[in-house]
Design a protein around this ligand. Structure first.
Ligand SMILES: NC(=O)c1ccc[n+]([C@@H]2O[C@H](COP(=O)([O-])OP(=O)(O)OC[C@H]3O[C@@H](n4cnc5c(N)ncnc54)[C@H](OP(=O)(O)O)[C@@H]3O)[C@@H](O)[C@H]2O)c1
Length: 249
């Protein structure tokens, strides 16, 4: 990956939640290589430290920080610390998510709660953390990583898809309410190589995912979409991008 040095105005301070693996990690790597400053959060700090070392070895700049998006105060501090350190924040990529799929009659209620806490409350916490800064600045960019699960429901996916429908709705509502200085993008991936299916505990859902996830695209395909959205001129708002593997129906 080549490192480019954008003009000061084009060098953005970018927050990413859930950057310790998969799409968040790939997005951090790509945006750092493009010359942006990354502030990356997740719970697995060992993984974040490795990511930060790799980014810095390539000449990029990054602040890794332990983050639990289910903790509202922690997410607020994540954004506030970035503003204290860098004077502003330009983009927040609300990406952290979990997907312990199961049939409703398995009654894995704790896992339903976990999906709601991370995928919905975590997103809301990210919005609440960045919005006051974006409004004070008169500029900013919210990027939500939703899913094709925001557009269709499948068996074992009732709760996961519900959280992604919610993510889509919250992000679209945000877009409609905000002044045009603040941009809003929903990125909805299809099947992407990552650790996401590792959170599935129900044997039937686990087995079904092996077939469903056989055709996947690399996480950098999603990172490239985020890069495209944030790289547009200030008066261009890329509202929504859906990216599936070409073989996925
Ligand atoms: N892969 C796909 O096929 C696919 C398709 C559609 C949408 N998506 C969405 O893409 C996003 C990223 O998923 P991925 O595919 O890259 O899976 P992944 O490799 O499992 O990454 C998920 C990330 O979320 C973080 N996370 C989970 N709980 C968290 C918490 N409480 N606080 C902070 N971070 C937390 C994880 O970090 P820690 O565990 O270290 O905290 C990890 O960095 C998710 O929102 C997912 O729903 C993925």
């Amino acid at each position: 990956m080549t490192t480019m040095t954008p003009d000061h105005q084009d060098r953005k301070i970018v927050l990413i939640t859930g950057a310790s693996s998969g799409i968040g990690e790939a997005t951090a790597r790509r945006l750092a290589a493009e010359g942006h400053h990354l502030v990356v959060g997740a719970r697995r700090t060992d993984r974040l430290a490795r990511l930060a070392a790799a980014i810095e070895a390539e000449g990029g700049s990054v602040d890794p920080r332990r983050l639990d998006v289910t903790d509202r105060a922690d997410v607020a501090a994540f954004a506030d610390e970035a503003v204290r350190a860098h004077g502003r924040v330009d983009v927040i990529v609300n990406n952290a998510g979990v997907m312990p799929l199961s049939r409703l009659d398995s009654l894995l209620v704790d896992e339903w709660d976990q999906m709601i806490d991370v995928n919905v409350r975590g997103l809301l916490h990210g919005i609440a953390a960045a919005l006051p800064h974006f409004q004070r600045q008169g500029s900013g960019h919210f990027v939500t990583v939703a899913s094709i699960g925001a557009h269709q429901v499948v068996p074992t996916g009732a709760v996961y898809c519900a959280t992604k429908y919610a993510a889509w709705a919250i992000t679209e509502g945000l877009r409609q309410e905000l002044d045009p200085g603040i941009r809003v993008t929903t990125v909805s991936p299809g099947v992407v190589e990552s650790e996401l299916a590792a959170t599935i505990t129900e044997p039937g859902a686990k087995e079904a995912m092996r077939t469903y996830r056989a055709d996947s695209i690399p996480p950098d395909a999603i990172a490239e979409a985020v890069s495209y959205a944030i790289g547009q001129p200030a008066d261009v708002d890329v509202n929504e991008i859906v990216i599936r593997p070409a073989r996925q129906r």
